[in-house]
Write a protein that binds this ligand. Structure first.
Ligand SMILES: Cc1ncc(COP(=O)(O)O)c(C=O)c1O
Length: 490
């Protein structure tokens, strides 16, 4: 415990003052246990009687209470801090250009504004398998006794990289070797490392519109100049890519985020030809590509890439859980060393025990079983959601064509943006969190839409959610009907 004695007067009163100051400033919080008199005396090089006298003084003044046999604790009723409070930190001018840009971009409300609602359709939720917590606990316990506790490889544990290669070959059609795999802390870090390795301030990055706001923020904070490329029912509109190529194009080919469609095969080929002709890099964000329901997946861009230009990024955030913070990159040979260097400089690698636990889970077949469970359950929830939409919302929405992932996008062609905002407000009042797609665009789309995340709700809750969605639309419909019609239909 850090205590500074002020050197004035007897030792016991110096210690009493130091302890009081620690309590009043909150460094020793209410209910905290004080060290035993023996331990504190040894730590400070004082006699035990000095510490005992100081504790007695504090007890007499009500700062601490003693519990027989269990030591002394900071009292819950001691006077409120009497030391002059420090003025609240005033957010000053950011010290770097990075901090300034990051500050301007720091808005997480896009995904959290309704998280206090009983039925929240936020799209990013990911814990679906109720047994996963217990399974994961066992895996961690297993790994903690078998993992060397020295610094592990900053590229990632070889066992996990091997498992990732195996998994990518089976599930995503990607043939690679473990020396080309880099384990990262999720997609967010993959984007950060890509920015460090490929981009100087002002370098251009092509990004889909709509897009994953986490990518926009990350590239933006690094000072990239972002160019929004439109998308349609076939994904990225490759003909809209600029003649003067950006350094990097970032895409979500398996399941355009957040609008839904998969990038068609001709467009995949067109994008690869563009990158080859213009000498630029592609980042493939395959965030939920393995979660496909009623159609066969298209080959990943990386598996079609003969020119070694695609930086492939996968994450365990969706198929496992977001708090795991593990993902992986498959790197072009030319970039491999620079990425591994950047990872070393960033954090010297991911925690080894978690990596070992995941490698064992994958090797043992537990991961595949979990994935089958998740796919089946999500597919059932998706069917429930769509049935509920058909029952309660009907043709007031158009369901975007998507067969993957954890959210469904719906369009509301008969409504204006303000009316859809009113629907969202109505739903909020009824305990339902709905999210507009508009903040994911640079320019709001001509037709308003909603992103319906169905991961965080059970099938019964999804049914109820769609009923509330229908009622919210009814309320807005009633308000927007001309008065004469309302009277007529009443
Ligand atoms: C498009 C997209 N990519 C990637 C991710 C995952 O990010 P991370 O791996 O950093 O958790 C998300 C999370 O919601 C996402 O929506």
């Amino acid at each position: 415990m850090f205590l500074e004695l002020d050197g004035h007067g007897p030792h016991y009163s110096q210690l009493t003052r130091a302890l009081k100051s620690a309590i009043l400033s909150g460094r020793l919080s209410t209910g905290a246990r004080l060290p035993s008199t023996r331990v504190l005396a040894e730590e400070l090089g004082l006699s035990r009687i000095t510490v005992l006298t100081a504790y007695e003084q504090l007890r007499a003044e009500g700062y601490i209470v003693g519990r027989v046999g269990s030591g002394s604790y900071v009292s819950t009723s001691h006077a409120e801090p009497m030391l002059p409070r420090r003025a609240p930190a005033i957010p000053g001018t950011p010290l770097t250009r990075y901090a300034k840009r990051a500050r301007q971009l720091a808005d997480w409300s896009i995904t959290t504004r309704h998280c206090d609602r009983r039925l929240d359709m936020q799209y990013g939720r990911s814990q679906i398998n109720p047994t996963l917590g217990a399974i994961w606990g066992r895996e961690l316990a297993w790994a903690s006794t078998r993992t060397r506790l020295e610094y592990a490889s900053n590229q990632g544990l070889p066992a996990l990289r091997e498992q990732v290669c195996d998994y990518l070959a089976r599930r995503r059609g990607i043939r690679t070797t473990s020396d080309r795999v880099l384990i990262v802390s999720g997609t967010q870090q993959a984007i950060s490392l890509t920015s460090r390795v490929l981009l100087d301030e002002g370098d251009e990055v092509g990004i889909e519109d709509p897009h994953y706001f986490g990518a926009w923020q990350q590239f933006g904070a690094h000072g990239a100049s972002l160019q929004a490329i439109p998308t349609d029912h076939e994904g990225l509109v490759c003909s809209a890519l600029p003649a003067q190529a950006p350094r990097l194009v970032m895409v979500t080919p398996s399941h355009q985020f957040p609008a839904g469609p998969a990038l068609s095969l001709p467009r995949r080929q067109e994008l690869l030809r563009y990158a080859q002709a213009k000498n630029c890099w592609i980042m493939e964000d395959d965030y939920d590509g393995e979660l496909r329901y009623d159609s066969a997946p298209l080959p990943t861009l990386r598996s079609l890439d003969d020119d070694d230009r695609v930086i492939y990024v996968g994450t365990f955030s969706k198929v496992m859980f977001g708090a795991l913070r593990l993902g992986y990159m498959v790197l072009p040979e030319a970039l491999c060393d620079d990425f591994v260097n950047a990872k070393y400089l960033c954090d010297r690698g991911n925690p080894a025990i978690e990596q070992a636990a995941l490698a064992h889970f994958m090797e043992d077949g537990g991961f595949e079983r979990h994935l089958r469970y998740v796919t089946k359950e999500l597919s059932a929830r998706r069917r429930e959601l769509i049935a509920g939409l058909q029952q309660y919302v009907g043709d007031r929405v158009q369901i975007a064509d998507a067969h993957a992932g954890m959210h469904v996008t719906v369009w509301l062609p008969d409504y204006g943006h303000e009316q859809v905002d009113a629907v969202i407000a109505e739903a909020h009042g009824r305990g339902l969190g709905l999210y507009s797609i508009a903040p994911h665009y640079r320019k709001p789309p001509t037709v308003p839409g909603l992103i319906l995340g169905y991961c965080g709700l059970s099938r019964a809750q999804l049914h109820e959610a769609m009923q509330l969605f229908g009622e919210s639309l009814d309320a807005v419909d009633a308000a927007r009907k001309p008065l004469s019609m309302r009277r007529h239909s009443a």
